[in-house]
Ligand binder design. Sequence first.
Ligand code: HEM
Length: 167
Amino acid sequence: MKKHLAIALGISMMAAAFVPAAYASGSSMASGSSMANEQSIKQADVHGPIKNYYKTFGGMAGIKALTNTFVDNVAADPHINYYFAHANIPQLKYQLAQQFCVVLGGPCKYTGQTMTQAHKGLQITTAAFNYLAADMMAAMKTHNIPMAAQNYFIAQLAAMEPQIVTK
Ligand code: HEM
């Protein structure tokens, strides 16, 4: 599934092969008091081992900037923006930034809904999921996130697909 997504996004075979490797490695798991607590990680639906890319993404300021660009990309994407017609955008941005921070090994607390709860009844398709992932790839490119960090982050998001895609 992760490989499939990577290919759908047009990532090279080498990068696609890298994606599962990001999962296999637990050696660089973030540790110490700076990481989000266990409940927060569970609620954020993080599946693979967390690596610490918090600083690589520019800390909280960088994560917020990335989230803004990502949501702007989604809002401008005619393939999927209709899903967000009734969304509370400031609230969504806040929850996304907190969740992304947790995924990136940062010292955050995600207090939003689980991915199953948040997307229940929205009838999200695999195609819609892939468009959203592409919007995130474009946002990471805009913010010059290094490729290994991009691959880690997109693999973490790809692992949430079973909770989000219901159609
Ligand atoms: C890995 C991919 C995704 C992640 C990490 C994600 C994350 C989130 C988060 C954190 C929330 C807020 C939960 C809360 O407020 O408690 C949310 C809500 C939502 N998501 Fe996603 N999501 C993803 C994919 C998608 C896709 C593919 C769609 C549709 C194409 C989508 C549509 C929505 C909508 C409509 C809401 C509700 C917004 C509102 O009512 O204010 N999401 N998502």
